[in-house]
Ligand binder design. Sequence first.
Ligand SMILES: Cc1cc2nc3c(=O)[nH]c(=O)nc-3n(C[C@H](O)[C@H](O)[C@H](O)COP(=O)(O)OP(=O)(O)OC[C@H]3O[C@@H](n4cnc5c(N)ncnc54)[C@H](O)[C@@H]3O)c2cc1C
Length: 451
Amino acid sequence: MNTSNMDAQALLAGLDLEALARLNQRLDLGALVKAAAGMSDSQLKGLTRLMSAAPEKAPSLPTPDADFFGQMDTLTQAQRDFAGEVRGFMHTHVAPVMNEYWNRDEFPRHLIPELKKHDFMRRIWNEDGSRTPDATIMEGLFTMEACKVDVSTAVFFGVHAGLAFASIALGGSDAQKAEWLPRMLDMDVIGAFGLTEPEGGSQVSQGMRTTCKRDGDSWTLRGQKKWIGNSPFSDFTVIWARDVDTQEVRGFIVRTGTSGYEVEKIEGKTALRIVENGLITLTDCRVPDTDRLQNVQGWRTTAEVLKLTRAGVAWQGVGCAMGAYELAAAYAQTREQFGKRIGEFQLIQNHLVHMLGNVSTLFALCLRLSHMADAGDMRDEHAALAKVVTAARCRETVALARETFGGNGILLEYGVAKHFADTEAIYSYEGTNEINTLVVGRAITGLSAFV
Ligand SMILES: Cc1cc2nc3c(=O)[nH]c(=O)nc-3n(C[C@H](O)[C@H](O)[C@H](O)COP(=O)(O)OP(=O)(O)OC[C@H]3O[C@@H](n4cnc5c(N)ncnc54)[C@H](O)[C@@H]3O)c2cc1C
């Protein structure tokens, strides 16, 4: 046996047999060895040199980034810094505990003082209830960054800093604003927003069953409110009720502990398990007239609050889809099947590109929506269409992301399952797909298809 044959033998003897067996599934090793046996000395020397050369360092793979078009670069430095601060908060404080709290069906209340330290709300609202010049962008960035990690955190914040705060900011008297808003900004008191009823959310503007009746200096509230986020631990809930005498919709600040006001936590949700939702029962609940929101102009004020917060819910779809995309892209770079990373398969790349297209489109849409809102140009139908599109494309994106994980996609520990589940709630609240579609349809045709 010549030297080169001996070199080749030594090389083969040192091979990992298991790796060889895997290689044998892709290469005909027998034919390879046969070919090697017929090689000249110089050919064998070349082959030996080639095989024993130190393996080239694999090129580093790009870090998955949902902002493919660099849309963050179109924002101001202060806006980018704000987004970075929220991102840091989510990774430091929420990510380590979120699965535990998801399993416990509970909100991590110890995070409220941490949120307070960052003073996030003051980038959106002023103490007098007016909004900062770029409030909707800031709110959107908070929501997007939070939802990339955990949608429930954004919902907790959206209910307190959006729905409850806006109800007082838009419907409260100066005295009510002074009493509540600074403490809400400091997160020393937490608010909830009670509009939906057990008999239905979509019809609530026309068929509100919760009633209020004036009796001297106070009001008596009767009825039920369902799904009310934060209410199991909030300090107050804004309750919307129909005046039995005038049929007008009125808003009340109902303080926790008021006699006749009871909250039962809704258990067993399959989405947004970290948000605590309550079923509120009002049994001859007496509220002083001083806690009636003094400047509410009937349903018009409720609708104004919802218009404002609907833009925020559209951003939930952006962040949730982004988070799911980045998880899926990272998984595709590492998970191996058939001896290849699954990201090397064309069908998986198709999933990822489709997801990234959705995410990029939704981000652009919501940035535009928020710019319009901050300029005072956003109409109901803009917020409604953005909510319809983001929820639907988010649903498609998280489904593709979950699929990319195979079976692991339904395990909480891999992250994507939570995004997948939470999207179902995004899809249905703040106006369902159907109701928001009817809002847009009416605007573009001038014809109402509402029943
Ligand atoms: C996790 C979660 C959190 C929530 N948080 C709050 C909260 O904090 N405060 C609050 O007040 N509410 C809250 N909600 C309630 C939410 O806003 C309602 O669930 C939503 O408005 C839909 O109402 P519904 O569930 O009663 O469905 P329904 O109104 O019963 O609708 C059922 C289906 O019928 C369709 N439909 C209804 N009417 C029409 C029509 N005219 N044409 C075509 N289709 C129609 C709907 O689109 C939907 O598909 C929350 C809900 C969830 C799931």
